[in-house]
Design a protein around this ligand. Structure first.
Ligand SMILES: NC(=O)c1ccc[n+]([C@@H]2O[C@H](COP(=O)([O-])OP(=O)(O)OC[C@H]3O[C@@H](n4cnc5c(N)ncnc54)[C@H](OP(=O)(O)O)[C@@H]3O)[C@@H](O)[C@H]2O)c1
Length: 252
């Protein structure tokens, strides 16, 4: 996730590789990141904690170890993307740090990200503006009450995986119907992207678009009937809800 945010900024020249002090757990990752992006990478988390702004992007289960590596007396601005980890917990584990909780998503890699943000009270107005602009460079930003961030994550952060599954399954269907594999994948991706753009740009309700392409006794309504029979609607609803609940569980 850290790379999904950093690489577009490096590629656009908005951040110089030399300005970044990255830390990872393994030497293999450090070598890979140095070779791919020219970053200075350490396997000692203390190296990253000494930067003026810290982007914290470890797994929630790794937070305790990483927090222990903060050099004594060191404070600053920390932006955490850890699923479910609350501002209250961040402030408890990182005393004196001005904490931001961010929920980004991987389409940031192609400049189409979505980020939900909540700020701890200690974060200054200038820092808030800076963080909003930072995430704005890789997509759209939504400042939300912290209580809404788990639901935001269930839809936007987990959503790319859910939609990737939909894209793969639709491509499989096209292969079963006779299309070559590569073409089927390309068409599935373009169908998802084109549909999203149409819904967004013309501000259509999804039900309107469904009705627009379902002619009486036609092909689409025949397919929709199969989807209703197999519970696609309910499966996706429950998947988003479960991801949001899991985010809440991780906050402990
Ligand atoms: N993936 C998403 O779409 C997404 C979206 C929103 C939020 N998030 C959040 O982003 C966070 C990271 O997820 P991810 O999928 O990017 O995980 P990941 O690929 O496993 O990345 C975690 C990174 O943390 C490093 N790390 C682990 N322990 C460390 C330590 N003690 N000191 C320094 N570095 C350490 C790891 O180093 P090594 O490479 O050496 O193992 C790895 O580079 C999670 O908290 C997740 O909830 C992810």
């Amino acid at each position: 996730m850290a790379l999904a945010l950093l690489v577009p900024l490096l590629d656009a020249g908005q951040v110089a590789a030399g300005e970044v002090r990255a830390a990872v757990a393994s030497q293999a990752s450090a070598d890979r990141l140095t070779a791919a992006h020219g970053l200075r990478v350490s396997t000692d988390a203390a190296a990253a904690w000494s930067a003026p702004v810290v982007l914290l992007a470890v797994k929630p289960q790794q937070l305790d170890a990483v927090a222990r590596a903060v050099p004594p007396g060191q404070t600053g601005l920390v932006i955490s993307v850890l699923a479910g980890v609350t501002l209250e917990r961040l402030e408890r584990q990182l005393p004196g740090w001005r904490c931001v909780r961010a929920v980004p998503n991987t389409p940031a890699l192609v400049g189409s990200g979505l980020t939900g943000l909540a700020f701890a009270e200690a974060v200054t107005a200038a820092e808030r503006q800076w963080v909003l602009e930072l995430f704005g460079r890789v997509g759209e930003v939504f400042q939300l009450p912290e209580s809404q961030l788990d639901a935001f994550l269930g839809l936007t952060s987990s959503g790319p995986a859910f939609l990737a599954l939909v894209a793969e399954a639709m491509a499989d269907g096209a292969v079963a119907a006779g299309l070559p594999r590569q073409l089927a994948h390309r068409l599935a991706h373009r169908t998802l992207a084109g549909t999203a753009t149409l819904l967004d740009q013309q501000q259509l309700h999804p039900g309107q678009l469904k009705d627009m392409v379902s002619s009486p006794a036609g092909t689409t309504i025949a397919g929709l009937r199969e989807l209703e029979r197999s519970g696609l609607r309910s499966a996706l609803l429950e998947a988003v809800l479960r991801a949001a609940e899991r985010s809440r569980e991780l906050s402990g």
